[in-house]
Write a protein of this length. Structure first.
Length: 293
């Protein structure tokens, strides 16, 4: 399942990598275009047409940008496979990668979700796993301690700075660009929460997976190329604002007890202050250098 928005530069590579990643498998490809303003829709259609008969393809072209999470749920309503892959369009899968990850799921009943290692275009490892954020994690990030001590389990625990992303590990939350899950688990967890239009819906979904007692395995046996955040950087001010709002919502949703009201309020104020500064800087850079900043 793939959601696209102005992904024309990347979607052909992503789709063309699928047959070699899934040889011998009957697959269903569901692609939802979220009202792209470039040629993504036509490029995606052409790429899908070149797939073999092993792929049952569904293409949805939304007439407006409904937000990533809602589009994800559109695709989920059509999914019929025994396993469901949530995939970003800026990824490229290596040969036989789905076979390797599916074998991990089939051989380990306690594992509900697997995620691969991500590589940057230059071949370096992209840190893609997170622990669920706590109040202290955000304070460490705001006051720069996570940057000063990037490998610290305490100060950079949220971003797992103490983990090298080279070894298999049960984790809280891999990046949502590639999540392969059992269908039974997906049905039990339910749809992605649309109160998070773009950001933190993957964090929330993984949190619900863990609350059901299922494990999520980071599996570096497979490495995929990931052009991280291409559509986000093109609209950085709007995305920063959306991310800040969703981060605040996540804390209030994760810590709803009255005992956390004070901490949630302080964190909300700090996030709004820092978020506002970041949005203003992004707007200034955009005005000076153009939308690529």
């Amino acid at each position: 399942m793939i959601v696209t928005y102005n992904s024309g530069a990347f979607i052909p590579q992503c789709i063309s990598s699928l047959p070699n990643a899934t040889p011998g498998l009957k697959c269903q490809l569901i692609l939802i275009d979220n009202d792209s303003t470039d040629a993504t829709a036509s490029i995606a259609k052409e790429s899908i047409e070149n797939l073999s008969a092993d792929f049952e393809c569904h293409f949805i072209q939304n007439k407006q940008n409904t937000g990533f999470t809602k589009a994800q749920n559109q695709g989920l309503a059509l999914a019929t496979g025994h396993f469901i892959l949530f995939l970003n369009p800026d990824t490229v899968l290596p040969p036989d990668s789905l076979h390797v990850l599916l074998s991990i799921l089939r051989e380990n009943d306690e594992i509900g979700v697997v995620a691969p290692q991500f590589l940057n275009p230059d071949g370096t490892i992209q840190a893609s796993c997170r622990r669920f954020p706590k109040h202290q994690d955000l304070l460490f990030a705001i006051f720069g301690l996570s940057r000063i001590f990037p490998r610290s389990r305490l100060f950079s625990g949220w971003h797992m700075g103490d983990f090298n992303h080279k070894s298999p590990k049960m984790v809280d939350q891999p990046q949502g660009a590639f999540l392969l899950a059992r269908r039974q688990l997906v049905e039990a967890v339910g749809h992605w929460d649309e109160k998070y239009p773009m950001f933190f819906s993957d964090v929330d979904w993984c949190r619900r997976v863990r609350q059901l007692g299922c494990k999520i395995r980071f599996s570096p046996e497979v490495s995929i190329l990931h052009h991280k955040g291409h559509s986000i950087f093109a609209r950085r001010p709007q995305m920063l604002f959306s991310s800040t709002k969703s981060f605040i919502k996540w804390f209030w949703n994760e810590y709803p007890q009255p005992a956390y009201t004070f901490q949630n309020s302080i964190i909300s104020v700090l996030l709004m202050l820092v978020g506002t500064v970041r949005v203003l800087i992004a707007l200034l850079l955009q005005q000076k250098f153009g939308t690529k900043q």
